[in-house]
Design a protein around this ligand. Structure first.
Ligand code: HEC
Ligand code: HEC
Length: 253
């Protein structure tokens, strides 16, 4: 009996668990993990893991253990006696979520690129057409004034190369024709069985009855063009360095 207990204790030693390494850490894995996170974890842990009913997962410190194996276990089996549910996904899918959680707290990378050159590229490439920084720019995309605080460099790089990988719900696009045949499109704000509310691309709010609408569809595709091929690798690094540098004046990190 005593022997058995010792064996179990040995199996749970942190030193042993540290051997386990997440096998799914590519950018595609992070993107897939982000998707699962947004639909299944955000209601409790916040859209960007900042916390809510559940704890902050973006700070890189975990009360129930910080190794890859700890995260895999806590997500798979849940935390008994708390609101944290068991998630019965296959291991690959959970590893992808772990990769995403890690990306949230990735130490701000040593700035390989040059933020000043990145800033010039930001204007030259037309980013302000859709994005605001400190009040200047368009409204078709998210405000980037403090983007460096909430997004790791790998995520930013991916946003530029593959905008469709993660599309935040406020940027899902609804399209349809009304009963007179006129086409409408805009960012979906809200819908229920009978009505839909959306913001057209001039930021005007519309609310319409759904009955009689045709070809109604919601597309989770980004309005942002991919810059794959349009930016050299050096330019990409400069832009990411600039985006990473966008933080609130008093902010930490
Ligand atoms: C119904 C709400 C809820 C949902 C949904 C939920 N969690 Fe949690 N989670 C919690 C709560 C509450 C805790 C804290 C448990 C405690 O220690 O009291 C927690 C704890 C955790 C922890 C451990 C944190 C630490 O500090 O060690 C991880 C990791 C975690 N959740 C990941 C996830 C992931 C990933 C998902 C989605 C696949 C998810 N959770 C879905 C409520 C939730
Ligand atoms: C035609 C409009 C448009 C242009 C031009 C554009 N974007 Fe975007 N961008 C968007 C939209 C819409 C989103 C939100 C949907 C998504 O996540 O892809 C977005 C998302 C992003 C995000 C992710 C934000 C987040 O929190 O997830 C980053 C970073 C970003 N854009 C940077 C840039 C940079 C840098 C440029 C210029 C090289 C650029 N964008 C050009 C429309 C645009």
């Amino acid at each position: 009996m005593r022997m058995l207990i010792l064996l179990i204790a040995a199996a749970a030693l942190p030193g042993q668990e540290a051997e386990v390494r997440n096998p799914r850490t590519s950018l595609a894995d992070v993107a897939a993990g982000a998707k699962t996170f947004r639909s299944h974890c955000s209601p409790c842990h916040g859209l960007n893991g900042e916390g809510g009913r559940g704890p902050n997962l973006a700070a890189g410190r975990f009360y129930h253990g910080s190794s890859d194996a700890d995260l895999l276990r806590n997500i798979s089996t849940g935390i008994p006696g708390t609101e944290m549910p068991a998630l019965f996904y296959n291991a690959d899918r959970i590893w992808q979520i772990v990769a995403y959680i890690r990306s949230l707290s990735a130490a701000p990378a040593a700035p390989v690129g040059d933020p000043a050159r990145g800033k010039a590229l930001f204007s030259a490439k037309g980013c302000p057409q859709c994005h605001r920084v400190r009040g200047e720019g368009g409204r078709l995309g998210p405000d980037l004034t403090t983007i460096g605080e909430s997004r790791a460099p790998a995520y930013l790089r991916q946003s530029l190369l593959d905008p469709d990988a993660v599309v935040l719900p406020p940027y899902w696009v609804v399209r349809f024709r009304d009963d007179s045949g006129r086409a409408h499109e805009g960012f979906l704000l809200n819908e229920d069985t009978y009505t839909v509310q959306f913001l057209d691309f001039q930021s005007r709010l519309h609310s319409m009855e759904k009955s009689g609408l045709q070809d109604y569809r919601v597309e989770k595709k980004s309005r942002m063009p991919s810059f794959r091929g349009a930016l050299s690798d050096a330019a990409l690094q400069d832009l990411v360095a600039y985006l990473s540098s966008l933080r609130s004046p008093g902010g930490s990190r």
